[in-house]
Write a protein that binds this ligand. Structure first.
Ligand SMILES: Cc1cc2nc3c(=O)[nH]c(=O)nc-3n(C[C@H](O)[C@H](O)[C@H](O)COP(=O)(O)OP(=O)(O)OC[C@H]3O[C@@H](n4cnc5c(N)ncnc54)[C@H](O)[C@@H]3O)c2cc1C
Length: 402
């Protein structure tokens, strides 16, 4: 049985950022990933077909900011900062019926002006998105504009999500452009980490059981691979971590099973530029529809293609119905969609009071050689994932010193 210092389950940005820190500290690090690629929700689909060579679209995350300081430090370590690419300034539009409208045109400014002073007195902490933003923008504005916009940001119904888990204030790095992607898309980051020295990435390895044998962890995959390690980290969605820890850490598992997750059914399409007549957009937010958002590649224009990823609500439309809706929104015929790429992501559905649950989980983890990272701790942004991984790495480093 192969032995490692640490096995990390899940090769999204959470697992890979933790792997980066561990390998940097000289630990023999194995990352086991069930899919055939690293990156998880950082999923840049790159086209290799002759006519679309060099074109890519994002099937998941699409934007990083100069406030992602921990992520930027990792990118510096991986020497990929020179691949930063600015996103061109094009706006988001609201979709009402089949018409694109500007966001301000849908706001009621009288209601906004009356409500906005409450921003000085109403606290985000302990409030849901609906409670906080209805208070400071007015309930009409919330229903018509903000609620659909938040649904689009977190790819799920956002009303009950904790308000303080979105749009965190972080110190910016002034030497870096405010918003960016990379030439080659965001998966350039996870590709670079996965190929770092000291990290072994095993793809196509779905972990199905975790055990403890004496001082070691054992990890078994569905294809019969078995490995062991001194430390173990789970960087999967919370429901997967809950299932894998059921017999070894039942109390941790019980708490994690209280964290919900929602599926997002995404469909990326590439269309020749001349086929699409809608204006250039960064993204489209529907008032009420079968999808939460459309993320466009118009922010990084390509000479031949335009690309759009529709993030659909789970279970409301089959493939054909999704394709029809894509065609209606883009104003194209089915035959004009040159490439269609489906993908499913899981997002955490957090609720007010979540930080209490996380502090219980952290107390249970204290003193153990088990580590948990992911996008269900303090927020879903890529930087939140890296911050959690760094926190867990610091706990591991302290254990190494004892
Ligand atoms: C549509 C969308 C757009 C977003 N846009 C942005 C954005 O622009 N900017 C931003 O900052 N954030 C964005 N986010 C949020 C951010 O991308 C995610 O929160 C983050 O990438 C999650 O990373 P993760 O590693 O925690 O989880 P994941 O990316 O989900 O990775 C978990 C990994 O674990 C693997 N896995 C699961 N089970 C097993 C198993 N049993 N064995 C082995 N491996 C397993 C999975 O295959 C996956 O690769 C977006 C999210 C979505 C869904």
């Amino acid at each position: 049985m192969d032995r490692y210092d640490i096995i990390i389950i899940g090769a999204g940005i959470s697992g890979l950022s933790l792997a980066h820190y561990c390998a940097g500290a000289g630990l023999r690090t194995l990352v086991m990933e069930k899919s055939g690629r690293a990156g998880g929700t950082l999923h840049t689909h790159r086209f290799h077909e002759a006519d679309a060579g060099g074109f890519w679209i994002e099937l998941g995350a699409h934007t990083c900011y100069n406030s992602y300081r921990n992520l930027l430090k990792i990118m510096e370590d991986c020497r990929i900062l020179d691949r930063l690419t600015a996103r061109e300034k094009v706006g988001f539009r609201l979709l009402s019926g089949n018409r694109l409208k500007s966001i301000p045109s849908q706001l009621n400014f009288a209601e906004l002006l009356l409500s906005l002073p409450r921003i000085l007195t109403v606290k985000k902490r302990g409030k849901s998105i609906e409670a906080y933003f209805s208070a400071i923008a007015g309930s009409g504005n919330f229903r018509r504009v903000l609620s659909p916009a938040f649904n689009a940001v977190i790819s799920q119904r956002a009303d009950d999500f904790p308000a303080d888990m979105l749009f965190k204030k972080r110190k910016r790095r002034r030497d870096i452009m405010k918003k960016f992607t990379l030439s080659g898309g965001l998966a350039t980051i996870t590709d670079a980490i996965a190929s770092e020295e000291g990290i072994v990435l095993a793809t196509g390895k779905e972990v199905q059981a975790v055990g403890i044998a004496g001082e070691s962890f054992t990890v078994a995959t569905t294809d019969g691979t078995c490995c062991e390690s001194a430390f173990l980290a789970l960087a999967t969605p919370a429901p997967v971590a809950a299932r894998l820890l059921q017999s070894t850490f039942p109390e941790v598992s019980r708490r994690l099973s209280q964290i919900g997750a929602a599926a997002v059914e995404s469909l990326g399409v590439a269309v020749k530029k001349e086929a699409v007549s809608i204006e250039r957009v960064a993204g489209i937010i529907p008032a009420e529809d079968s999808f939460y958002s459309v993320v466009s590649r118009d922010t990084v224009p390509h000479e031949r293609y335009r690309g759009f990823t529709f993030h659909f609500r789970p279970g409301v439309a089959d493939h054909e119905a999704k394709v029809s809706r894509v065609c209606e929104v883009l104003g194209v015929q089915r035959g004009q969609l040159d490439y269609l790429i489906p993908r499913e992501n899981l997002v955490p559905s957090l609720r007010v009071g979540h930080e209490g649950l996380i502090s219980t989980v952290d107390n249970l983890l204290g003193g153990t050689r088990l580590f948990l990272t992911g996008n269900y701790f303090s927020g879903m942004a890529i930087e939140d994932c890296v911050i959690r991984s760094l926190k867990e790495f610091n706990r591991l480093r302290a254990l190494l010193k004892t």
